[in-house]
Design a protein around this ligand. Sequence first.
Ligand code: ADP
Ligand code: ADP
Length: 230
Amino acid sequence: MITLHGISKTYAQGGLEVQALHPTDLMIGKGEFVAIMGPSGSGKSTLMNILGCLDIPTTGTYELDGKQVQSLTEDELALVRNEKIGFVFQSFNLLPRQTILKNVELPMLYGGVAKAERKARATELLSKVGLGDRLDHRPNELSGGQKQRVAIARALAMNPPILLADEPTGNLDSKSSLDIMRLFEQINGEGATVILVTHEADIAEHARRILRFGDGVIRDDLRKDLAQGE
Ligand code: ADP
Ligand code: ADP
């Protein structure tokens, strides 16, 4: 599903070059549930932005679902993002003036899905995340955990094979965090590849594989199944 070969990223910072990500090889298979951990500045977001086709690596090749990402144009990248990847952010990134139904319909509007189908699918997704009775509410009428559930419904709108989440529980209390992680587990159980960044060990515990970053290098790659000898 995801194969990185020699992927690196160098940023220019006022005349200096900062290597945010050293040449990295990484394979993530279909249906994996991966947590990425590591201190601030260790390269987690840089990797997520590359995986999400939001940023272009300095070196290396990235194969995503059979496509060579490094050779795509901006327009092709935008298409790949919309079709293959659902994004979930710490800060939810919902449109505040729109109902949650409209928020979830938005990726489908960009994706050219017909109006009736958009509404039906957004309704179905919001029911799935437990907000079927709130379709006409706006984000500021909801709790943080509910907002994040809307964001997850939106991320699933185009039925992407991959879900990328950057600190998805960073703004949530522990009860809401647990609800969100159960939802990711359910989505992963239904076949999606889930990759998330977190600072919290108990959040990472929900994943089946934990990648630890340090100074732009993957220091540790732990698979739970193997560790437990299952
Ligand atoms: P993390 O997500 O683990 O906190 P990042 O990937 O955001 O780490 O950052 C890794 C390194 O790359 C840091 O030294 C950071 O300052 C640098 N960096 C990240 N983004 C940029 C950018 N857009 N321009 C310049 N330097 C950046
Ligand atoms: P943070 O995780 O620090 O709060 P954001 O989640 O706001 O940062 O954004 C991370 C990156 O993803 C930014 O470069 C932003 O432009 C981009 N981004 C934000 N929302 C979307 C979206 N819906 N689709 C694609 N890219 C997005």
